[in-house]
Design a protein around this ligand. Structure first.
Ligand SMILES: [Zn+2]
Ligand SMILES: [Zn+2]
Length: 175
């Protein structure tokens, strides 16, 4: 999957999240509200905020780690009202052993554990030891920066405003 395909999947998940959101705002909402109120009452009510979270993701079977794609959280506020927050992953594409794989930008494409690299700190993955430019390469799209997710302002420039260089030695190829 390319980063662009990942993004179009997120668009579909946006619709799903919208449907779920509407479901929570409908009659069923009352039940959710009552249930969360009960959860809250069982704890020290002033200390907790109960919530329901729905998450769409994939489990990488062999690694037993997940890529979280999209989530919606409905929380029960002190005043008895429900409020919803949601979000989705920022994709980053990598080439690993000749294969293209897109994961979220805080994740290793080899072991799928947490790996927070940025342009100034490109330490090896703490889970499996892979390094950018060695075992894994960034696969950058023509028009979206894999680090800041901003659109490329100018095709003729190979430098993003965040400092990412489309021609860096750890960039595999531009798709
Ligand atoms: Zn790793
Ligand atoms: Zn950038």
């Amino acid at each position: 999957m390319t980063p662009a395909q990942f993004r179009s999947l997120l668009d579909e998940l946006d619709e799903l999240r919208e449907q779920l959101y509407r479901a929570y705002r409908s009659k069923r909402r009352i039940k959710v509200q009552d249930t969360l109120a009960r959860v809250r009452d069982l704890y020290a009510p002033e200390d907790v905020m109960p919530y329901v979270q729905i998450q769409v993701g994939v489990l990488h079977r062999e690694a037993q780690k997940s890529t979280k794609l999209s989530w919606l959280q409905v929380s029960y506020h002190d005043d008895g009202e429900l409020f919803t927050i949601g979000g989705d992953a920022d994709p980053r594409g990598y080439e690993v052993e000749g294969k293209l794989i897109t994961v979220s930008d805080d994740q290793c494409p080899k072991c799928f554990g947490e790996w927070c690299i940025n342009l100034h700190n490109r330490q090896p993955c703490p889970g499996c030891g892979v390094e950018l430019g060695k075992q894994v390469m960034i696969v950058a799209e023509q028009d979206i920066c894999p680090f800041c997710q901003e659109e490329r302002a100018d095709d003729s420039s190979h430098l993003c405003e965040c400092g990412f260089d489309w021609q860096a030695d750890y960039v595999a190829k531009v798709v």
